[in-house]
Write a protein that binds this ligand. Structure first.
Ligand code: FES
Length: 117
């Protein structure tokens, strides 16, 4: 079965909009890495849930329709992120599905690498 291509738009704090392509099953971290999107410090722990630098802010409607709810481990790590919101998630824990094609997420202005606290 061929994996469907999906598109994600990352909106930086300065308003820059970066459109990126990925495949179903990619995490948002994968998409940042595979597209070589230049986000300072993003994804420092490479998806091992130990850094919180992959913090992204979703629209409420998107947050609510994500197929997976945050685990306790993700919640603990999110607590360490700067600019935490009610619709924050870690990009390495969000896997793209066809239904999420066209997703738009905000990249917070500052990232916090929990490993350096
Ligand atoms: Fe470190 Fe997601 S990349 S927690």
């Amino acid at each position: 079965l061929k994996k469907e291509e999906v598109e994600v738009t990352f909106v930086k704090a300065n308003g820059d909009r970066i459109k990126a392509k990925g495949k179903e099953g990619d995490s948002l971290l994968d998409i940042v890495v595979n597209n070589e999107i230049d986000l300072e410090g993003y994804g420092a722990c490479e998806g091992t849930l130990t850094c919180s630098t992959c913090h992204l802010i979703l629209k409420k409607e998107d947050y609510d329709r994500l197929p997976s709810k945050p685990t306790d481990e993700e919640m603990d790590m999110l607590d360490l992120a700067y600019d935490l919101t009610d619709t924050s998630r870690l990009g390495c824990q969000i896997l793209m599905t066809k239904a999420l094609d066209g997703l738009e997420v905000k990249v917070p202005a500052t990232v916090n690498d929990a490993r350096s606290n």
